[in-house]
Design a protein around this ligand. Structure first.
Ligand SMILES: [Fe+2]
Ligand SMILES: [Fe+2]
Length: 271
């Protein structure tokens, strides 16, 4: 199965780049499954229902969220009627929406997509390790599922690596989100799980993690409440990770970083 995961879309620049490029990428890379983290799509904070609809229309199969999940209140009702829009599964019981979904893929295949959120330097949620283990205990990779992909939304690389190693061999692909900087540690772990500790963002990299640099920098210079941060509006670099899995075992055999457009040096699968 050919899977593309795109990191946090930031603002209009990120949304426009992804909706424009996704139909072409689906064809060019013969993608079976596309997952996009869109927690920062709405002016850097949250996701509006019409933006989610546009991403689904452009070719996203599943949209994931993170700590900015509820910044746009309209999403609270939309998520309850949209199973392919996920929020981290370790929010407290009773939180609207779900943290996992099974997607049917052409060729009689099924993939489980899961979204979890770390706790180191983040809000104190339920334990993402235990919550993920409970969800994964309901499924078996290679039996009734051809792929399992997890977006682990977390700040600390240590927590992301600990998480990925914990589920190595049980899932196809663990990708980190939230830092908005693509990491260069993409690899297939010893048990067969593809891993990259952060996918990076789809946004303007002439910025401070996607936000206009002047106000963002001022916050570090002076500890005063500054003006509200706004997304940088230059051309986005689309950042993500491409993974190819074996349909029989569900494990990964190739992983490539993807970077397209904007300021970062380009990267594309070389096949
Ligand atoms: Fe983010
Ligand atoms: Fe985040």
């Amino acid at each position: 199965m050919k899977i593309l995961f795109l990191g946090d879309l930031v603002g209009r620049s990120g949304r426009d780049a992804v909706t424009a490029a996704l139909p072409g990428l689906r064809t060019r890379l013969a993608l079976d499954l596309v997952i996009v983290n869109a927690e920062n799509a709405s002016h850097g904070f949250g996701l509006a229902p019409e933006m989610a609809r546009a991403l689904f229309e452009a070719g996203a199969d599943v949209i994931t969220l993170g700590n900015h999940a509820w910044d746009r209140r309209e999403i609270l009702s939309y998520i309850t009627e949209t199973p392919r829009l996920l929020r981290p599964l370790n929010f407290p019981p009773g939180t609207p929406g779900a943290g996992a979904v099974i997607v049917e893929i052409p060729g009689n295949r099924r993939a489980l997509v899961l979204n979890a959120m770390g706790r180191l330097f983040m809000d104190a949620l339920d334990c993402p390790f235990r919550a993920s283990a409970v969800e994964l205990s309901k499924h078996k990779l290679g039996a009734n599922l051809h792929a399992i992909v997890i977006d682990f939304h977390a700040e600390a690389s240590s927590e992301k690596m600990a998480y990925a190693h914990s589920f190595d061999g049980q899932v196809s692909f663990v990708v980190g989100t939230h830092t908005h900087c693509p990491s260069a540690d993409h690899q297939i772990l010893p048990g067969g799980t593809a891993f990259q500790s952060d996918a990076g963002m789809c946004g303007d990299y002439d910025s401070v993690i996607g936000m206009a640099k002047q106000n963002a920098a001022a916050r570090f210079w002076r500890k005063l409440p500054g003006e509200r941060l706004a997304p940088a509006e230059g051309e986005a670099t689309i950042c993500g990770v491409f993974v190819e899995t074996d349909d029989a075992t569900g494990l990964a055999h190739r992983i490539f970083p993807v970077r397209m457009g904007g300021r970062l040096s380009p990267a594309m699968p070389d096949f």
